[in-house]
Ligand binder design. Structure first.
Ligand SMILES: NC(=O)c1ccc[n+]([C@@H]2O[C@H](COP(=O)([O-])OP(=O)(O)OC[C@H]3O[C@@H](n4cnc5c(N)ncnc54)[C@H](OP(=O)(O)O)[C@@H]3O)[C@@H](O)[C@H]2O)c1
Length: 245
């Protein structure tokens, strides 16, 4: 959609999300040069929630969907500069592209978008989980984790794992001003993990913390099953805090 995004991608500093953060409300006018964050599966709770908070921080956001009309409708319900299109259009538009689809659709979607995502920073928050009468549990993933699967499918993209433990309910709750949680950010490129940490830092209450190489993404994804148990037992939307950092 916007060829100049590719130019920015050659220099992570050029899309540095640490650039001044607009106040949460009211939404400040956004400069045309503001980097675009795309969200694949942006019509879902997690995608809309992240889109909402990032747009409130002053970033331009494009929601992707298998049905562009659904994305347009979802975008209309969000504050800030948010638009909607199909997943391919969103992947093309975004300098940073969040993957927020269910695990069952992960492989097929990313395979289909390998060209659009080439050269992009891909932020994978997908938790491969199963559910039965005992609750949530981690599914085995041949590549090791959803994020590693993404990196295998997208060799020309730089994949980062992040936002696995962030509650979509809190992200979408208009009465919640700060989302108090740390976000573990994993990846193999320091400049890119720094960038995604800074992206998390834009959301009030949130803090991006480097969590290791992509090969350690499995346990971060799997830990979500434990958090779901915590939420169930304590009727909460639990987050995580890393101490002494
Ligand atoms: N919900 C949370 O609190 C939370 C927190 C952290 C991480 N996550 C992770 O974020 C991801 C999305 O979670 P969610 O709760 O937002 O899920 P969701 O609502 O079930 O799905 C998100 C969107 O993905 C699209 N989608 C559904 N099936 C698909 C398929 N087979 N192929 C491609 N796209 C498909 C749908 O959009 P269209 O029909 O419009 O295409 C849907 O609106 C999950 O992997 C989850 O593990 C969720």
């Amino acid at each position: 959609m916007n060829g100049c995004q590719d130019d920015r991608m050659s220099d992570p500093a050029a899309v540095d999300p640490t650039t001044p953060v607009a106040p949460a409300t009211p939404v400040a006018p956004v400069a045309p040069a503001t980097p675009v964050v795309a969200v694949l599966g942006g019509t879902g709770e997690q995608g809309r929630g992240l889109a909402r908070r990032l747009a409130m921080s002053g970033l331009r956001v494009v929601l992707g969907s298998r049905d562009p009309a659904r994305a347009v409708a979802a975008a209309a319900g969000l504050p800030g500069e948010v638009s909607g299109t199909d997943n391919a259009g969103a992947a093309t538009a975004g300098a940073l592209v969040v993957v927020a689809v269910p695990w069952t659709g992960h492989r097929e979607l990313l395979l289909s978008l390998a060209d659009e995502l080439s050269g992009k920073i891909v932020i994978d928050c997908v938790n491969p989980l199963g559910f039965d009468k005992q609750g949530a549990y981690a599914l085995p993933v041949p590549e090791g984790s959803a994020a590693e699967q993404a990196q295998v499918l997208l060799p020309a993209s730089r994949v980062v794992a992040a936002f696995h433990h962030v509650s979509a309910v809190l992200l979408l709750d208009e009465t919640v001003d700060t989302v108090d949680t740390d976000v573990l950010v994993l990846g193999d490129d320091r400049a890119v993990t720094d960038l995604v940490q800074a992206l998390a830092d834009r959301i009030p209450g949130m803090r991006g913390i480097y969590g290791g190489r992509l090969r350690n993404a499995h346990q971060v994804e799997a830990l979500t099953a434990n958090l779901i148990s915590v939420n169930h037992r304590y009727r909460a939307h639990a987050g995580l805090r890393v101490t002494d950092v």
